[in-house]
Design a protein around this ligand. Structure first.
Ligand SMILES: Nc1ncnc2c1ncn2[C@@H]1O[C@H](COP(=O)(O)OP(=O)(O)OP(=O)(O)O)[C@@H](O)[C@H]1O
Ligand SMILES: [Mg+2]
Length: 261
């Protein structure tokens, strides 16, 4: 079993990155895979999704980017019934940290370096990235073995994901990464099958992504229960264990588990 690092990236806000990060992490941990989530977004969405109290700045992701970094500060999601899952929580101050990073020598490689001392040797680390494509996302690309791209089934998000793929290509080349992180695939998110337009976009995705060699995973359906579950700091699996949307994560989870073997 090896260490897989998955960066969840999209160049749009609110497309379901953090929801995907949290639910994927839950599924992996449930399958006994040692799993970590690193929240790289100053909006700290993972705190809400995991029901964790905010952390002090020095115990947050910001600490990773400091020169005086000594150790990882990890929280175990307290109310979840899974073991094997740890979260490195973010802090609002990430926006300032990002500015400092931009002027640091080799500022894009810091997370890559820190992950070498992450206390999981074998398993999966999920990087929940901010929507703005800057040096934090470049750090995530440099640290990742794989990249996962959630998209909403509307023009802005679909076009944005094609541009994102171009940007990733440029970053991968600029940073001269060896090995380069692979595009694991796109995950259509917040999918409402009752909307003809969304159905049509979903059908068209292979025409767009297959020529680029990018895999399309099963869509995650639109359900208000995702937001309701996060209101309790729980994954849907624990909030509504029989909810059909839980099935939507299965294939992706299996694929990731295969990578760890
Ligand atoms: N499958 C879904 N069905 C319905 N609502 C969803 C679904 N996935 C996410 N949401 C809701 O959409 C909103 C945005 O989701 P989320 O925070 O995961 O997106 P994000 O891409 O991480 O956003 P940001 O860029 O702001 O960090 C949240 O209110 C969340 O509950
Ligand atoms: Mg988010």
């Amino acid at each position: 079993m090896t260490k897989i690092v998955i960066a969840i990236l999209a160049n749009a806000g609110g497309v379901g990155k953090s929801t995907l990060a949290a639910h994927l992490a839950y599924e992996l941990a449930k399958k006994k895979v040692a799993t970590g989530i690193v929240d790289l977004d100053s909006n700290c969405s993972l705190d809400i999704l995991t029901g964790l109290e905010p952390v002090e700045i020095e115990n947050s992701t910001i600490g990773l980017f400091r020169d005086d970094f000594t150790e990882w500060h990890l929280s175990v999601p307290p109310e979840w019934k899974v073991k094997n899952l740890m979260v490195c929580q973010s802090h609002l101050g990430m926006t300032d940290a990002e500015k400092t990073l931009a002027i640091k020598r080799r500022g894009q490689y810091i997370l890559q370096k820190r992950l070498k001392s992450y206390p999981i040797d074998k398993g999966v680390i999920i990087l929940d990235c901010p929507a703005s494509l800057g040096i934090i996302c470049e750090n995530a690309i440099a640290a990742a073995t794989h990249i996962l791209i959630p998209i909403e089934l509307e023009v802005k998000s679909i076009n944005g994901s094609v541009k994102l793929l171009e940007w990733i290509e440029v970053v991968r080349a600029d940073l001269e990464l060896e090995p380069e992180p692979q595009i694991l695939g796109v995950v259509p998110s917040i999918y409402n099958a009752g909307k003809a337009q969304q159905r049509q976009y979903l059908e068209q995705l292979p025409d767009l992504f297959n020529p680029l060699g990018v895999k399309i995973f099963p869509a995650i359906r639109d359900s208000v229960e995702f937001a309701n579950a996060s209101g309790y700091g729980l994954p849907l699996h624990e909030y509504r264990p029989k909810h059909p949307a839980i099935q939507d994560f299965k294939q992706l989870t299996q694929e990731i588990i295969k990578l760890t073997k």
